[in-house]
Design a protein around this ligand. Structure first.
Ligand code: FCB
Length: 473
């Protein structure tokens, strides 16, 4: 097989309709910096990253890509690449910095010109309300493990809809609630760094509830025509041995925890019964109050899908220990009520995160979703790969990343051919940025950032992506 299978950009573009939306994504804490500017309050990621030992190399988002000051330059890059859509997130602590709940003008003052700048450049803003930078004062009152946070999230959604709604094309409520709940409250590797399985499941519910409250607040403010979505990182799970009942049962359990814990309330209007039964030794789910699930079950205009890799799942035998996989293939292991389950590394090409390059998982995820929810259009809100890029003579020849994009876009086209209603695609990420607990050690950008000088350098993958976009339109 070719080392780097890369489709011809025109051939690939021909597989998409001319109104397909091409974009790139970022998140506030990962790129903005300006951590103390404009009256911004402290977020859980400020606290976490400033706690020794939490983030590789002690990196923080204090400066990040300095997008807070350089957003004009970044919009110019997006325009040069021909992007239709830019998926960004708003930093909640810029709007509600302190516990008194008062609204800080600094939030609107930063995002309004940015959104206007995008519109002037012909780029539609897709705005995520929550990409993990919870105000610290809310965490101090229980964070997503408690009920105040979803209520406040609804207030915040109403506020930003009123302030910015005229400039936003599509809203996305929560980004990857799986990650917030399990990695933040169960596994402790993300902010707020708690390791409490019951709190993690409470967080699952409160993120679902917050999603519903925020979606409803946006529509109450802007009317029914406001476009609302959420971004889920549904796990593409495979049994290690498809003939093993035990492995298939392990997949069922993880599917309940990883996927149906979110699609259940959000899209089906109920928590799966098997999830409640499987987790009975952790919690009695009494944090689910009457009416909550109806609130979470809100009509969506589209569903965001974040996809990186597949996960192969195996049932452990009696007394057998899970393999701690240094390559990171156990990223779907939510570590909450997963006793007796292991995620096993698979042979094949991996990215710098150790994640298997497996585009078929994206196709399968999209096709499966479209069969289950035939009236729900899909947008890939994140897909991309980290590699150890090199700068060669002033450019970044990142063929491995270009190949990753080529293979995954081909998988999206395959899913469309199989009937999936996929309307758009956002590369993760526009810029190299603060990759959470990995700090600046993992580069996901299609544009390189030199953190010493803040110089941007368009990588080969971005040039190829721009060719696909141009050929498509
Ligand atoms: C996703 C996150 C995004 C980025 C990518 C690599 O889980 O939503 O912020 O970190 O992974």
């Amino acid at each position: 097989m070719e080392r780097y299978p890369i489709a011809d950009s025109a051939d690939l573009a021909a597989r998409f309709p001319s109104d397909f939306r091409w974009g790139a994504a970022t998140a506030s804490y990962q790129i903005e910096g300006g951590a103390r500017e404009g009256g911004r309050g402290v977020s859980i990621w400020d606290t976490f990253s400033h706690t020794p030992g939490r983030v590789l190399g002690g990196d923080t988002g204090d400066v990040a890509c300095d997008h807070y000051h350089r957003w004009r330059e970044d919009i110019a890059i997006m325009r040069e690449l021909g992007l239709d859509t830019y998926r960004l997130s708003l930093a909640w602590p810029r709007f509600q910095p302190t516990a008194d709940g008062g609204w800080n003008r600094g939030g609107t003052d930063f995002y309004r010109p940015l959104l206007e700048g995008l519109r002037e450049a012909g780029i539609s803003p897709l705005v995520t309300l929550y990409h993990w930078d919870l105000p610290q004062w809310l965490e101090d009152r229980g964070g997503w493990a408690g009920r105040e946070t979803p209520q406040r999230f609804g207030d915040y959604a109403a506020h930003v809809a009123a302030e910015l709604g005229d400039l936003v094309d599509t809203w996305s409520t929560v980004n990857e609630p799986w990650t917030s709940a399990y990695l933040g409250y169960g596994f402790g590797v993300h902010a707020p760094g708690r390791s409490d399985p019951a709190a993690a499941l409470a967080a699952v519910h409160h993120l679902n509830l917050g999603h519903g409250l925020a979606a409803r607040a946006i529509r109450a403010e802007l009317g029914d025509s406001a476009k609302v979505s959420a971004a889920l990182n549904l796990m593409a799970l495979r049994p290690a041995d498809p003939d093993s009942d035990a492995d298939r049962e392990a997949v069922r359990r993880l599917d309940a925890l990883d996927n149906r814990a979110f699609t259940g309330p959000m899209l089906d209007g109920a928590y799966p019964e098997d999830l409640i039964a499987d987790t009975a030794h952790v919690t009695d789910w009494s944090f689910v109050h009457d009416g909550d699930v109806d609130t979470a079950h809100v009509r969506l205009d589209l569903l965001g899908v974040n996809y990186y890799t597949t996960t192969t799942v195996r049932a452990l035998g009696e007394g057998e220990a899970a393999i701690d996989d240094p390559r990171g293939q156990d990223m779907a292991q939510c570590r909450v009520a997963t006793e007796g389950i292991d995620c096993v590394p698979q042979a094949g090409e991996v990215t710098a995160m150790g994640w298997l390059v497996d585009p078929a998982g994206l196709r399968d995820t999209l096709v499966d979703l479209s069969r289950r929810y035939p009236d729900l259009p899909l947008v890939i809100m994140e897909n991309g790969a980290a590699y150890d890029d090199e700068v060669v003579d002033g450019s970044v020849p990142d063929l491995d990343r270009t190949s990753y994009y080529s293979q995954h876009l081909s998988a999206v086209a395959d899913a469309r051919d199989a009937g999936a209603d996929v309307r758009g695609y956002c590369a993760w990420s526009l810029l190299d940025n603060f990759e959470w607990s990995w700090g600046y050690h993992k580069r996901f950008g299609i544009v390189r950032v030199d953190y010493a000088t803040q110089e941007r350098l368009i990588k080969g993958s971005a040039r190829w992506y721009a060719e696909v976009i141009a050929a498509c339109h």
